[in-house]
Design a protein. Structure first.
Length: 260
């Protein structure tokens, strides 16, 4: 029977290191913070290594404790002061887990989202939730994108991390070249040649979404079969463009209309 044990010194040292992408990549681990996120992770994966609970918080997470015991997941307790080192938020959650990154195999037979240098974790999180909502199974990300395993992204989209396959690559072109023969590839651009509402989705589709500052690179625009834009319906010269997460949602919605 698993018992809740005092947190070892090695674990006290390991958890703060997982706030850094380099260490997450080296260890293949990531942090899950808070009751709801840990409950969601326990539903989707058996790869939780251990859970640490604030010493006065046991009665509020009895279901999590029971599930961990059933799944033979190690439980530790620590002081409230320790948790300030376990998170990048101002108000630390009183429970944290460390889990292995799932190994997903990408499926390129259906629709695909490609993210070109999107660096804001908030945008990444919204895009992941949007992709799951509209049934997109595969996301390809350039190495310049924010890390999907960062605590901020994990806090916002825990369930989606296990429902979607991810590919992170140094060369989006290498992945996209073969898809030119099987998919329709659309690059979003303020200077696009076709309105989103006029696009024809008669094949599996790839949408390329660009970075907040630069948009989709010229190389990827040239590789795409078409460039698309979302027209503004207001004469508002103070707004240059849509947020990339909102633009992604509109593209996914328009695509979903053709999939009914």
């Amino acid at each position: 029977m698993i018992k809740i044990q005092p947190i070892p010194a090695a674990i006290l040292k390991q958890i703060p290191q997982l706030l850094k992408k380099k260490y997450r990549d080296e260890e293949g681990l990531f942090l899950v913070e808070g009751v709801k996120c840990i409950e969601e992770t326990l539903k989707h994966t058996t790869h939780i290594e251990y859970v640490v609970i604030e010493e006065n918080f046991f009665s509020q997470v009895e279901d999590i404790i029971d599930t961990c015991k059933e799944k033979n997941i190690q439980l530790y307790y620590s002081t409230k002061s320790s948790f300030s080192n376990f998170t990048d938020t101002i108000t630390p959650q009183p429970i944290v887990a460390v889990a292995k990154k799932p190994q997903s195999k990408p499926d390129f037979s259906g629709d695909v989202l490609v993210l070109d240098g999107i660096q804001d974790p908030g945008n990444i999180g919204t895009i992941l939730r949007t992709a799951q909502w509209f049934g997109i199974q595969t996301i390809v990300m350039s190495n310049q994108c924010a890390d999907i395993w960062s605590p901020k992204v994990v806090r916002s989209v825990t369930g989606s991390l296990f429902a979607i396959s991810f590919v992170r690559t140094a060369s989006l072109i290498e992945i996209l070249q073969p898809l030119r023969f099987t998919h329709s590839i659309f690059a979003t651009s303020l200077q696009g040649s076709t309105k989103l509402s006029e696009c024809v989705f008669d094949k599996p589709t790839v949408f390329i979404m660009g970075s907040e500052a630069q948009g989709v690179s010229s190389e990827l625009c040239e590789l795409a079969h078409n460039t698309v834009f979302i027209p503004s319906f207001a004469d508002n010269k103070n707004t240059e463009s849509l947020n990339v997460a909102i633009a992604t949602a509109l593209c996914c919605y328009q695509l979903s209309l053709s999939r009914k």
